[in-house]
Design a protein around this ligand. Sequence first.
Ligand code: HEC
Length: 96
Amino acid sequence: MIVKELLTAVTGAMTTGTASRGTEVEGWFVMVKDTQGRFQSNQLWGDGWGWSLFIADQPDSSVTTNYKTECIGCHIPARKYDWIYLNGYRVLETTK
Ligand code: HEC
């Protein structure tokens, strides 16, 4: 399972230069690996993963209804790495 936490951010001048830092949690993008295609009739599952976005103030249910229209289009550049942007995780990239 991979969780991408979304934070609001503030940017300002510091002694090191312009710096940004996360503040409030806004939500989470979640991907759950599914190598067996277990939920083929569910529109949140496919291409080897379950795909969902959760908003922080309503964490009990996903706001995503269809990963094909809401997720995978943006992940096409990462298709050869199983849809994950591995360049953000150098350790995983070198073991691939
Ligand atoms: C507007 C384009 C866009 C959409 C829509 C999008 N993603 Fe992503 N996603 C990205 C990009 C670019 C990254 C890597 C850079 C980053 O994290 O900002 C990423 C990273 C991720 C990550 C962290 C793992 C990784 O590949 O780095 C997860 C998990 C994720 N997305 C899940 C989802 C899910 C689930 C959906 C649909 C609900 C979704 N994304 C929709 C562009 C998108």
